[in-house]
Design a binder for this molecule. Structure first.
Ligand code: 5GP
Ligand code: ZN
Length: 143
């Protein structure tokens, strides 16, 4: 299979073996490896082998392969890290905090007292939306 890759991309270089990584598991379209600068012990990244910046840029086979790997390894990551929970997150675009512009799913083992919180704790200025505003958003999403 010919892979669309970006020669300047650090995750493409990991996929092609040009730079080393601690690979947890892979399938034909996705790869899971340890984050080199972990937020918690056992922090893993799952990437499509082809270069796409955002979730919606992937085709369905790549999206399925990525989530299949997430599904297969999360239990083992939690038990290896001695936890019974994990935060699974995607920074989908620059404004969301994405620094490496190649889709990656973070799997971060979580423990009581680890100092992090739920996704909700990231948002300090929640909007108050009227029913009309919610309906208008829904309408646009369903179009
Ligand atoms: P982002 O902020 O884009 O969602 O996350 C990028 C992640 O890639 C960070 O958690 C960072 O620690 C990780 N990372 C950056 N460079 C490398 C690398 O060369 N090897 C590995 N294994 N992880 C990396
Ligand atoms: Zn890439």
């Amino acid at each position: 299979m010919m892979l669309h890759q970006d020669s300047n991309c650090i995750f493409c270089k990991i996929v092609s073996g040009q730079i080393p990584a601690r690979v947890v598991k892979q399938n034909d379209r996705a790869m899971a490896f340890l984050d080199a600068f972990p937020l918690a012990a056992g922090h893993v990244l799952v990437v499509p082998k082809a270069h796409f910046q955002k979730i919606q840029d992937m085709g369905a086979p790549d999206a399925r392969a990525v989530f299949d790997l997430v599904h297969k390894i999360t239990g083992r990551i939690e038990s290896a890290a001695g936890t019974s929970a994990s935060t699974i997150a995607v920074h989908n675009g620059k404004e969301a905090g994405q620094e490496v512009p190649h889709v990656h799913v973070h799997i971060i083992p979580r423990k009581p007292g680890d100092g992090a919180g739920p996704v909700h704790s990231m948002f300090k200025n929640r909007p108050r939306l009227s029913a009309q505003e919610m309906d208008a958003l829904l309408g646009k999403m369903m179009e």
